[in-house]
Design a protein around this ligand. Structure first.
Ligand SMILES: CC(C)(COP(=O)(O)OP(=O)(O)OC[C@H]1O[C@@H](n2cnc3c(N)ncnc32)[C@H](O)[C@@H]1OP(=O)(O)O)[C@@H](O)C(=O)NCCC(=O)NCCS
Length: 203
């Protein structure tokens, strides 16, 4: 199977991305409805969020196509634009880091039937190369949901991505752990989830 990777950089992203926003939003709904995310979002919400992300300076978007079908998407943007609230930035500062030196990796999404062929690894290497090329970032980081493996919706053969991320050189930074509440698929009220912070020093 031949996949095509397309890269979108910086200031021109907003106009270039317009034809793809709906497809990325649809992909995110499909991928993140599954465990461990269990998101029940809407196309309108995802599209709006993507439009906001695409306006961030130094935003970088990778899209993967099988012929004309979008099958994967991955985004990087400066940490300071990924988090609007001062609290998370403050926590990073309190640990002795400058938030403006962190590139943030927004969740990658790849259709299930295209996994385990190296695309996810490529998402990491491309975003790291991009962050390095800007010469103003010292770290890459991301937040990842942590669910108990005895969660009622955890599939029998589910394998957490922790090992995958460790092999890419990322380590958990427990003092940046946060709790975020949203309504899981199948829930009637919001519940809190633990989000683990992962980071890696750039070269
Ligand atoms: C995260 C995600 C993008 C990873 O994508 P992926 O393309 O399967 O990742 P890769 O193929 O690069 O790597 C997965 C594993 O397959 C292995 N692999 C890579 N190429 C391979 C190949 N040709 N054949 C067999 N295995 C291969 C990798 O070494 C890796 O193994 P490891 O964990 O032991 O290092 C994908 O699992 C996904 O979309 N998950 C759901 C959404 C999600 O959780 N996103 C992250 C939220 S922060």
């Amino acid at each position: 199977m031949t996949l095509r990777l397309e890269k979108f950089f910086g200031n021109q992203i907003e106009s270039q991305m317009a034809p793809y926003i709906a497809a990325i939003a649809q992909l995110r709904l499909e991928v993140f409805r599954d465990f461990p995310h269990l998101y029940q979002s809407t196309l309108a919400y995802e599209e709006k969020s993507l439009q906001i992300l695409a306006q961030a300076p130094h935003c970088f978007i990778l899209l993967v196509f099988d012929v004309e079908q979008l099958v994967g998407a991955s985004i990087a943007l400066p940490f300071e634009y990924a988090f609007k609230t001062a609290e998370i930035k403050q926590r990073l500062s309190q640990q002795g880091f400058s938030p403006e030196t962190f590139m943030y990796f927004y969740q990658s999404a790849l259709k299930r039937s295209y996994r385990h062929q190296g695309v996810g690894t490529r998402f990491f290497t491309e975003r790291e190369i991009y962050a390095n090329s800007l010469k103003q970032f010292n770290y890459c980081c991301f937040y990842a949901i942590q669910r108990p493996l005895d969660h009622p919706q955890c599939p029998i053969h589910y394998v957490p991505l922790d090992h995958f991320w460790s092999r890419r050189g990322y380590t958990q930074f427990p003092s940046m752990e946060i709790s975020v509440a949203w309504q899981d698929r199948g829930e009637t009220v919001k519940s809190s989830k633990i989000m683990q912070f992962w980071m890696k020093k750039l070269i």
